[in-house]
Write a protein that binds this ligand. Structure first.
Ligand SMILES: Nc1nc2c(ncn2[C@@H]2O[C@H](COP(=O)(O)OP(=O)(O)OP(=O)(O)O)[C@@H](O)[C@H]2O)c(=O)[nH]1
Ligand SMILES: [Mg+2]
Length: 264
């Protein structure tokens, strides 16, 4: 990954600070927020002022740390917070990274409700999704992440749909596949056997990077489940190095996902 040198970093950052702290913009933003008017257009105006070679993720949070509006990822190489408003109740957080040409195609696949969209939301906005949006069929999202363009395909559903997709549709189209499993998910030996067999075959045939994300690690009272799943995964030699235990809610171990993507 290209690191922004200090000079470039400073130019883009200073520019942004000037705009955010400029009275006119600042007053507009405060007015919109206080009157609950959508600030998307304001953020887009802001982005237009940043030189094209940079990607800027910008998010506005309320006093409780909840995202009000966000454009792009705020996980860039340079990230700063600016607080403003009466009693500093609002916070602008932004990050800047240099655009790279590289595009990564990532598949996120797993049973319904296992937490796939929540992972994507973390990558894109660094926030917990918190809504119950059900994705049906194939959904794709594209955004910049640490300078790289990510194209993420989300496939969910039951075992039949998942195995159909993996068997019929996955060729060399992806740079990485994340199979997402939910800690709270009921452990069924036969189901896991089937999944692992399919994944192993795909990895062997296509030489894809395969990884497992065990989500919702914050959920308590699933110890038994946890032990069984962990034990099962340990038996799968090809997965041993690529198991990430993670929670979108607490963001526990998010860094492992970031590091993994950085290396792709
Ligand atoms: N406690 C906890 N709940 C989570 C976590 N991740 C997701 N959830 C919840 O699990 C439910 C499903 O999350 P989604 O991210 O929508 O899961 P999905 O796999 O995209 O679901 P579908 O698109 O319907 O297949 C939602 O109610 C989330 O709030 C987590 O790490 N911890
Ligand atoms: Mg989803």
């Amino acid at each position: 990954m290209n690191l922004i040198n200090v000079k470039e970093d400073t130019i883009a950052t200073q520019l942004l600070r000037q705009i955010v702290q400029n009275n006119e913009f600042h007053n507009k933003l405060s007015f919109y927020l206080q009157n609950q008017i959508s600030i998307k257009s304001l953020l887009l105006q802001l982005l237009e002022k940043i030189p094209e070679e940079f990607i800027l993720g910008i998010s506005i949070f309320d006093g409780f740390g909840k995202i009000i509006e966000s454009t792009g990822s705020i996980l860039g190489q340079y990230s700063t917070k600016i607080t403003f408003g009466q009693k500093n109740q609002f916070k602008v957080q932004y990050s800047i990274s240099r655009k790279e040409n590289k595009q990564l195609n990532i598949l996120l696949i797993g049973f319904s409700k296992c937490g796939k969209s929540s992972i994507i939301h973390r990558l894109n906005y660094n926030a917990f999704l918190g809504t119950k949006l059900h994705n049906i069929g194939i959904s794709t999202s594209q955004f910049y992440f640490l300078g790289k363009k990510l194209k993420i395909t989300e496939i969910g559903g039951n075992m039949d749909l998942i195995s159909y997709y993996l068997n019929e549709k996955v060729e060399n189209n992806f740079d990485a596949i994340f199979f997402v499993l939910d800690y709270g998910f009921i452990y069924k030996e036969s189901l896991y056997e089937r999944i692992f067999a399919i994944l192993k075959k795909i990895e062997d045939e296509n030489k894809l990077r395969m990884s497992f994300i065990l989500t919702k690690s914050d959920i308590k009272n699933t110890t038994k489940n946890f032990e069984r799943i962990s034990k099962k995964l340990e038996e799968i030699s090809f997965l041993q190095k690529n198991l990430i235990v993670y929670s979108s809610l607490t963001n526990n171990n998010f860094n492992s996902i970031i590091e993994y993507i950085k290396k792709l």
